[in-house]
Design a protein. Structure first.
Length: 197
């Protein structure tokens, strides 16, 4: 009896000792895992750099070689429209030049569209890098590009005319617009001869 009652005690004692080692081994495993994980997770990751912030406006070639600014850009004030006889905003710049004067792409790009509308006349829209679009209105029907065509800065795209009915009472001119990320901006801030220095 004594022998049998001593054995479980011994076994329990042995088990207790074993538990101690098991706990120590488990703790070491946990520590090792934590250290490994933290080393793996805190490894410096390759973070792509932020896209460069455009501070300076894109400088564009003039769409016409020789011109007079006939009417400026006005998105927050009203300008008198001699044709429509009313005050209105003017989301482009009017560059006066004789009928038939060549009009050039101001930057490299792709022609979005060439259209002929009742109010704006013949219009070319070109897409450029950095979410910039340029719009050329009041062109003659003898355009030199088609939609989808790639153009280089300085390529001739069409000719000045007076097809823009809403501005027809002004002398022949190009109505030129610049749209950056969907917002009309003052083209004078982008055209090489008009940028305020
Ligand atoms: Zn205009």
């Amino acid at each position: 009896m004594k022998k049998t009652s001593r054995n479980p005690a011994k076994a329990a004692n042995f088990f207790k000792k074993k538990i101690f080692y098991v706990i120590v081994a488990a703790s070491m495993l946990v520590i090792a895992t934590t250290v490994t994980l933290s080393l793996t997770l805190t490894k410096p990751r390759v973070v792509p750099p932020d896209p460069p912030v455009t501070v300076e406006p894109v400088t564009m070639r003039n769409p016409i070689n020789e011109f007079e600014v006939q009417k400026g850009f006005a998105n927050d004030k009203l300008l008198w429209c001699t044709t429509l006889k009313l005050w209105e905003t003017h989301l482009g710049i009017d560059l006066a030049a004789p009928n038939g004067t060549q009009v050039f792409a101001v930057l490299d790009g792709t022609v979005d569209s060439v259209t002929n509308s009742a109010l704006d006349g013949v219009v070319i829209v070109i897409s450029h890098a950095e979410n910039v679009k340029t719009v050329y209105k009041s062109l003659g029907e003898d355009t030199l590009v088609i939609a989808g065509q790639t153009v280089k800065r300085g390529d001739a795209i069409g000719f000045v005319s007076d097809t823009m009915i809403t501005e027809v009472k002004q002398a022949p001119h190009l109505h030129f617009e610049v749209i950056v990320s969907g917002t009309y901006v003052d083209p004078a801030a982008h055209l090489v001869d008009l940028i305020e220095k």
